[in-house]
Ligand binder design. Structure first.
Ligand code: URA
Length: 189
């Protein structure tokens, strides 16, 4: 049997053909994008309208704010990898269901396995729940956590949350500053 080396490009091709999630009947596939050897990987919830139209993650209003947050700590999109738990837009931007998150999970796991980032940044409670089922985003944001394999998970509120609730904006800037301090401390050690 011929073997196919799995790359981000072949993963994107396979996702286009995948019908395992009911959301794929009415939406376009959105895999992650960015630096294939990124040390930091940001993980959102699911594509929104703009992401569905463009087939790219975080290109709508939440993505614009994410770009600003990255710039605030001297990072560009090209430096990092950005993805989502769910690979298709839920209609009307509703929350993804537990089943939708479950069936999409292998795609995110393959992206993580290919990129091997040192730090995973779940944005919001859905992405945090992929790694820790018992941690709340309110309690865990801005603090480094450790996975059993040694990978660091650094949860942060979802940028869209601050667009709805302005008081969270400063918290996001503060958490990004804490992420920068954490990354710098790792460089020294
Ligand atoms: N919100 C997300 O969680 N992901 C996107 O790609 C865009 C908005």
């Amino acid at each position: 049997m011929p073997t196919m080396t799995l790359t981000l490009a072949t993963l994107a091709e396979r996702l286009k053909e995948w019908k395992g999630c009911d959301l794929s009947k009415n939406a376009n596939p959105v895999l992650g994008e960015g630096n294939p050897t990124a040390q930091i990987m940001f993980i959102g919830e699911a594509p929104g309208q703009r992401e569905d139209e463009m087939g790219r993650p975080f290109v709508g209003p939440a993505g614009k704010f994410l770009d600003e947050l990255l710039a605030s700590i001297g990072l560009k999109r090209e430096d990092v990898y950005i993805s989502n738990v769910v690979k298709y837009r839920p209609p009307g931007n509703r929350d993804p269901t537990p089943e939708e998150k479950e069936v999409c999970m292998p795609w995110l796991q393959l992206e993580i396995a290919l990129i091997k980032p040192a730090v995973l940044v779940p944005l919001g409670r859905h992405a945090l729940g992929h790694f820790f089922t018992k941690l709340s985003i309110t309690a865990a944001h801005g603090k480094a956590q450790q996975l059993p394999n040694g990978t660091t998970v650094f949860p942060i509120y979802h940028p869209a949350a601050a667009l709805h609730n302005g008081s969270l904006k400063q918290s996001l800037y503060d958490d990004f500053a804490a992420l920068r301090a954490f990354l710098d401390s790792k460089k020294k050690s």
